[in-house]
Write a protein that binds this ligand. Structure first.
Ligand SMILES: Nc1ncnc2c1ncn2[C@@H]1O[C@H](COP(=O)(O)OS(=O)(=O)O)[C@@H](OP(=O)(O)O)[C@H]1O
Length: 291
């Protein structure tokens, strides 16, 4: 392990956020005991983790009725590798729901039993980078004072939490046959949330009534999640971790194509060239804009 930056912890070539990670747990990841009914959301940061946490929590907890209890989405679908809460989430009763940013090669080997399920959510990387830039420079100030040029270099070089975006998605895609995995695209979720909820519930073999679906879709919209403190990290970051500034929100815009307002023409062309070089043989489709 080595510390390239104060907030990055590199373990086996992958960058973690150092403040929430337990080095002993990382050593034990491979052997962590997976149960057949475990469900993992896996993402590169800023690709739709919180959104899918909310959908999953509603499918499993109480999607069919109003959410009355106080439990945050994060507590229903906690992070696997990050100790964000003190509770022992790992030993919860089944079914355990987790979210994670791990690369394919660091997840517990038990996931290869193909019984436990993985939902991998991906998003076009220009919007991922834009969202990440905002989060790191405005919401929590991991990298105060940096401009997009500086951040883009870090993002493309993989000097961010999650390491290189290209490696993360390629790894998971190329090893998809080793796992029981559903690929979801942020932009498709944005285009048609209802179909996305149905796709996820079918994959999880969870039957939903018409009423359930309506309630889940309603509670998983950007506006609803932004105004419900249980469904976003604004209060958690501010009052529990003391990390959040008063500027910006964890749920910032939730749109497709906002990168156009943040990248110069030259930066965009440079990004495209690097994207082509890294992705040309990967048959995944991307949506860069929804207009
Ligand atoms: N319901 C809903 N609809 C549309 N978009 C949504 C929704 N919930 C979260 N988001 C957007 O997802 C971005 C945050 O990504 P993550 O949740 O993956 O972040 S993290 O990795 O957990 O830190 C961040 O994107 P940006 O708004 O572009 O910054 C969130 O706004």
């Amino acid at each position: 392990m080595d510390n390239k930056d104060t907030y990055l912890l590199n373990f086996k070539g992958y960058n973690f956020e150092s403040s929430f990670v337990d080095a002993d747990f990382l050593e034990y990841l491979d052997d962590f005991e997976i149960r057949d009914d475990d469900v993992f959301i896996i993402t590169f940061p800023k690709s739709g983790t919180t959104w899918t946490q909310q959908i999953l929590s509603l499918i499993y907890f109480e999607g069919h009725r109003n959410r009355t209890e106080d439990l945050a989405t994060l507590d229903r679908v906690p992070f696997f590798e990050y100790k964000i809460r003190k509770t022992d989430f790992l030993n919860r009763p089944s079914p355990r729901l987790f979210c994670s940013h791990l690369p394919y090669y660091l997840v517990p080997k038990g996931l290869k039993n193909k019984k436990a399920k993985i939902i991998y959510v991906y998003r076009n990387p220009k919007d991922v980078m834009t969202s990440f830039f905002h989060f790191s420079n405005v919401v929590v100030r991991l990298e105060p004072g940096n401009d997009m040029e500086h951040f883009m270099k870090r993002f493309l070089d993989g000097n961010v939490v999650g390491s290189r975006w290209f490696d993360h998605i390629r790894g998971w895609y190329e090893h998809r046959h080793d796992f029981s995995i559903l690929f979801m695209m942020y932009e498709e979720m944005k285009k048609d949330l209802r179909s996305s909820v149905l796709k996820i519930s079918r994959f999880l073999e969870k039957e939903l009534s018409e009423e359930d679906v309506e309630a889940i879709v309603k509670q998983a919209t950007f506006q609803n999640m932004k105004s419900d403190p249980r469904a976003n990290y604004d209060e958690i970051l501010k009052y529990e971790f003391g990390k959040r500034t008063d500027e910006g929100h964890f749920l910032r815009k939730g749109t497709v194509g906002d990168w156009k307002h943040h990248l110069t023409v030259e930066q965009n062309e440079r990004f495209d060239k690097i994207f082509q070089r890294n992705m040309k043989d990967l048959p995944l489709k991307f949506i860069w804009d929804l207009n």
